[in-house]
Design a binder for this molecule. Sequence first.
Ligand code: ATP
Length: 234
Amino acid sequence: MTPLLEVDEVDVFYGDVQALFGLTVTVAQGETLAVIGANGGGKSTLLKTVAGVLRPARGDVRLQGTSLRGVPAHRRVGRGIAMSPEGRRLFPSLTVEENLLVGAHSGRPGPWGLARVYELFPLVSERRARPAANLSGGEQQAVAIGRALMANPELLLLDEVSLGLAPVVVGQLYAALPTITEQGTTVLVVEQDVHQALAVADRVQCLLEGRTVLEGPAASVDMAALSAAYFGVS
Ligand code: ATP
C-alpha cells in the first residue's frame, strides 16, 4: 500500500548550511511516527519541509503518492497536512476561539470542529473567550494542537509539544493523541523527550546531524542503542 507520507532522500539547506542529508522518512496511513534526536538533528527542518515552509534542493515529498513539489505551505493545508509549530505561534491578542477558527480557514471538512476540540481539551473550552496571550504554556500548546486539528488533516505534524512544559502537563497533552488517531489521523511528532516519544509512537526514527541513525518499532527499541545513536556515540 502507498504510504501516506514519503520524504524521499531530501537535501535541505539554509543558505550554505546543509541541515538534511538525503533523508528518507516514511509514514504509513494511521501510524504515529516519532522523530527524535538532540538539538540540531534536523527534526524541525524535516517538519518544515513536509509543511512546505522549506524546499528541498534534492529529493521529493509525496502525500498519498503525489509529489508536493511546487505546492506552497498554505495550499498543503488543503491537501491534508497541518502543523502545530515549535513555539506554538498563536495570535496573542486574538481569543482562543478566534485562534482555533484561523485553523479551519484553509482546511477541509471532517470530524474536527470547535465542539470536538473543546471536548478533547476541556480547559481550552473554559478559556475560549480569553486572549491566547493570557493562557499558560500548556494551554497554549493545546490551542496550537486544536488549531491544527480544525483543518481536519490527514497528517498532523507536531513539533516539540513538550518544549518548556512540566512533565505532568506534557503527559496531559499526549493523552489526547489516541483520540486523535482514532479519527484516522496520521501523526508525525518531533520530540526531544525520548520517553514521551516512545510512549506515544508506533515507530521511532532518530536523527543526528541531518541523517537517520536508528529507526524501529517503539515497543522493541534497544534503549542502549538508542541513547548511543541519540548522542552520536559509536
Ligand atoms: P531543535 O530541537 O534545536 O529545534 P532540530 O533537530 O529541530 O533541533 P533543526 O532546527 O532542524 O534541528 O536544525 C538542523 C540544522 O539546521 C542545525 O545545524 C541548525 O543549526 C541549522 N539551522 C536551523 N535553522 C536554521 C536557520 N534558520 N538558519 C541557518 N541554519 C539553521
